[in-house]
Design a protein around this ligand. Structure first.
Ligand code: TRP
Ligand code: ZN
Length: 867
């Protein structure tokens, strides 16, 4: 263990900082191989106690320290590699420090590092301490002035937060650029970029008439790939003005794309830094899903300018305050820009397969965690996605107008402050007059609630009754977790028609607060089919009688996209589970499926409805009843798929062939829907149509876009024999090797081929010339794709898949702890499985015993082994 015994940090131990830093003046002198960071801080004591003057600083080489202009001798301060303790000083002082850091040697990609030829920073959560001495905590807000000095030929672009103040040449080909950010901010929002970049520029004029300069900086080879991100940015700015009344607050907004980045993107004030995979777009290098993802991430980072930057988090336990809210905001934006129903179904599907699994595993934690060892491990699906669902429930409970009023109240009352999740809920309480005390439990309690619903109809009184029970599992002390306050949106389908409630709408919002509650609905003409949890109104597991007739009725007649899709998923899951028990495919299911095929819903939604539940989501269902058997799941799912392929081969063929290939590619809703349906058809045709491989070959060579090409390549790789597969992969690589983002997809496609020998293929690909151990995108593409999206290969019975992952983690963990810790996830869920438990456990034990184990991996592996 590198850091000695790592300490657990508790939320309840929060104390305000002993002193504040009002302003910061930083100078970066970037040289080949090292950077000198000079910092001048004005420190003021805030609390009248004897708290020592301590600053954070990780692995910094001290060159000099001065207090109020007087240099300190070595014995006057102490530095243990993570904290600097200064001598007792009066109530305020000016501290000057100069440290030497080594960006070129920084493989963790936290702090200041070099990505290819570009110097850049990543400070969230605690990376600023790797740059200079500071109070590296989000409740210390300072005004930053930043000077960057570098060689002009190799770094013609120098950027930091806020506005550019001045630029001047220095001797020996060097120059300096000065930046000033007028908005006080925590140091995690600091950013610096230096390198040889080109830019695409535009402007946006705000409602009040301020003209904002917009720039996207990329390597020269990528300048043609910025239009979609720029367009997304302008639409985000417009949307935030229209919906939340929030106008951008600087004259300049910069985005920089870098290849080596631990996450998707970062909302640094006025200088967002993006993973190239989340900003660059063109029909050749971006899939349909990629276009939508870029739009949502550009929006997400932009929206942080208010939800996160102007109002920030008091401490890292409040992370969901900015992330949950901002994910909710970006999902509202995407819903407005595209199809709301499709967006909702995709989000729910993602949450239910991945966040539910997290909440059922060893890393389960509340949306606002109580403790952590390494905060980087808590940038989770629970904090982001479940956090967004919690905000969405507030939106549902209050209604749109009151919610927006609550958001305005929140932004106005806490502008320039570091606050808590409680402050957010209070702002909503204030405008609505509602009591949200019970609702706050959503932030405190981990786990997914079970909601069991029984319905009853009395034809004499024409009364429909819903009995709702919620159960939240047990807390650590064995007591029952208390009930949550949740919105349950319901509708009734009566004789194939939507029932209109007395209040005039076809959906009624019930508020569930008790462990058991009865709701009555008057004046129901006939026995209804109940449409439950419309729009997925709360993040719960719904347990209701899902007999085939009810499901078929909901699929055919319900008006809610989520309920329709969910009914289809349940029905298909039941059919696949019946197949596991040796029963044959029910005719009723086939006719429900046929009905969806011929209904007049739009293509994107139809494709979602016709897609069988993923192996992952079938595993989640199996885990509810016992242990997961990935081989059984795959075999049964494939069997059903083949049956549906044959049964509907005419329709699949018609859909595949009717596509108008002459239309030029556009990432618009209509085209994306058509392609989704066509690709689905092709994947079915592989099982029923002898010509499918030939068609895939033609599509691959004639397509004008990456979505079509990858769909075709996937078919050739997964169903072609070895010569077909190799030829297709080699040609594809030959053609696209100059595009790193496409090569990533090429790695993923091979890593996801559902075959036992994929293990060997993945090991082999690690030595491929295009693979790079320092680039997180490459590791995620190849190893992440294999371990988290290829269950039958990963769980190969001889344990070779686990060993592969163990080897990778051992190799990466001290160089890049954040990436290594994330890679551990599939191993940590070992208790779910019917086989391979010991083999997975022994890989975890091996990792736990590694020398120089990082805090990140220590925490994840430790939690997995202890529970
Ligand atoms: N705040 C970023 C976002 O969600 C997340 C992020 C980017 C991040 N890079 C990181 C978190 C590195 C931890 C470490 O938009
Ligand atoms: Zn975010």
């Amino acid at each position: 263990m590198r850091d000695g015994s790592p300490k657990t940090i508790y939320r309840k131990e929060y104390t305000a900082p002993a002193f504040t830093i009002a302003d910061v003046d930083l100078t970066f002198a970037i040289h080949h191989g090292y950077t000198l960071v000079s910092s001048r801080l004005n420190l003021h004591r805030q609390r009248q106690d004897e708290a020592p003057w301590i600053l954070d600083g990780e692995d910094l080489e001290i060159e000099c320290i001065e207090i109020d202009g007087t240099p300190l001798q070595k014995h006057e301060y102490s530095y243990d590699g993570s904290q600097l303790t200064l001598p007792q000083i009066g109530d305020s002082c000016q501290l000057f420090t100069r440290v030497r850091i080594f960006p070129e040697a920084n493989t963790a990609l936290e702090g200041l590092y070099r990505s290819r030829t570009i110097y850049c920073t990543q400070c969230e959560a605690e990376g600023f301490r790797k740059i200079t001495f500071f109070l590296d905590r989000p409740d210390v807000l300072a005004i930053f002035k930043v000077t960057v000095e570098a060689d002009k030929a190799s770094c013609p672009i120098l950027l930091s937060n806020g506005n550019a103040v001045s630029q001047e040449d220095l001797s020996e080909g060097r120059y300096r650029s000065v930046w000033h950010d007028p908005w006080p901010k925590p140091c995690y929002l600091f950013a610096l970029v230096a390198g040889d970049l080109e830019s695409v520029s535009d402007t946006f004029t705000t409602t009040s008439g301020r003209e904002v300069a917009l720039n996207i900086f990329v390597e020269a080879k990528d300048v043609n790939y910025c239009d979609h991100a720029m367009d997304s940015l302008k639409r985000s700015m417009q949307w935030d003005e229209e919906v939340y009344g929030l106008e951008y607050d600087l004259d300049l907004f910069n985005i920089v794309a870098v290849d080596d980045f631990n996450m998707g993107a970062m909302e640094n004030k006025g200088l967002n830094i993006f993973n190239t995979s989340c900003v660059l777009a063109s029909p050749d290098i971006t899939t349909d899903a990629g276009y939508l993802r870029i739009e949502s991430i550009v929006a997400h980072e932009y929206f942080h300018n208010f939800s996160g930057n102007r109002v920030t988090c008091r401490d890292w336990f409040q992370l969901s305050l900015k992330e949950g809210f901002t994910v909710f905001r970006d999902s509202q934006f995407s819903a407005d820009m595209n199809s709301p129903g499709v967006k909702r179904v995709e989000d729910v599907s993602f949450l239910r397969t991945h966040q539910f699994a997290e909440d059922a595993g060893p890393m389960a934690h509340p949306v606002r965690p109580d403790s952590f060892i390494e905060i980087s491990n808590f940038y989770t699906l629970t904090v982001y996605e479940k956090g967004a669902e919690v905000v969405r429930m507030l939106h549902t409970l209050l209604g749109h107008e009151l919610f927006i009023a609550g958001a305005k109240n929140y932004f106005e009352s806490h502008d320039g402050k570091a606050v808590t999740c409680d402050d957010f809920v209070s702002a909503m309480e204030q405008v609505s007059g509602r009591d949200l005390r019970q609702f706050r439990r959503w932030y405190e309690q981990s786990g997914t609630p079970d909601l069991t619903i029984e319905d009853h109809y009395d034809p004499v009184t024409r009364l429909a009754t819903l009995t709702v029970r919620q159960s939240n599992g047990l807390s650590a002390d064995g007591s029952k977790k208390p009930p949550l306050h949740l919105p349950l949106a319901v509708g009734l389908v009566v004789n194939g028609e939507s029932h209109t409630f007395e209040e005039g709408s076809t959906t009624r919002l019930l508020e569930v607060t008790e462990p058991s509650q009865v709701f009555q609905i008057n004046n129901v003409d006939d026995k209804p089919v109940v449409s439950l949890l419309r729009g997925f109104s709360a993040p719960v597991r719904l347990k209701s009688a899902d007999d085939d007739n009810t499901l078929a009725m909901l699929i055919g007649s319900d008006t809610d996209d989520f309920v329709k899709w969910d009914a289809m998923q349940r029905y298909a899951s039941r059919v696949i589970e019946a197949q596991m028990r040796g029963e044959s495919l029910s005719g009723a299911f086939v006719s429900a499926y046929r009905q969806v095929m011929s209904s007049d819903i739009d293509d994107a939604m139809k494709a979602l409805l016709l897609m069988l539940p993923s192996e992952e989501s079938l595993a989640d269902r199996q885990a509810q009843q016992g242990y997961v058997d990935v081989f059984e799941i795959r075999a049964a799912r494939e069997h059903i798929k083949k049956t549906l392929a044959a049964e509907f081969s005419e329709q699949w063929t018609a859909w595949y062939s009717s596509y108008d290939v002459s239309e030029t590619y556009q990432a618009n809703g209509r085209q994306i829907g058509r392609r989704a349906l066509r690709h689905l058809a092709l994947s079915y045709l592989c099982h029923a149509q002898p010509k499918a491989l030939e068609w895939a070959g033609t599509l691959l060579s004639q397509a004008d876009n990456l979505s079509d090409r990858l769909a075709a390549l996937q078919v050739l790789v997964n169903t072609g024999d070895e010569p077909i597969r190799s030829a297709a992969l080699d040609n594809f690589y030959e053609q696209w090797q100059h595009e790193a983002l496409i090569v990533n997809q090429w790695f993923t496609l091979q890593a996801m081929r559902p075959s036992a020998d994929t293990v060997e293929a993945v090991i082999q690909l690690q030595t491929h010339g295009a693979f790079d151990w320092r680039n997180p995108n490459k590791i995620r593409a190849l190893v992440g794709g294999f371990a988290s999206a290829n269950p039958t290969a990963f769980h190969r019975k001889d344990g070779a898949g686990y060993a592969l992952l163990g080897d990778v983690i051992a190799r990466v963990q001290s160089a890049n702890p954040q990436i290594a810790a994330r890679l551990c996830t599939p191993l940590t869920r070992f208790r779910r499985y019917s086989q391979g438990v010991e083999a997975m456990q022994s890989q975890l034990e091996r990792i736990a015993g590694l020398e120089n184990l990082s805090r990140d991996v220590f925490e994840v592996v430790g939690k997995a082994l202890e529970k």
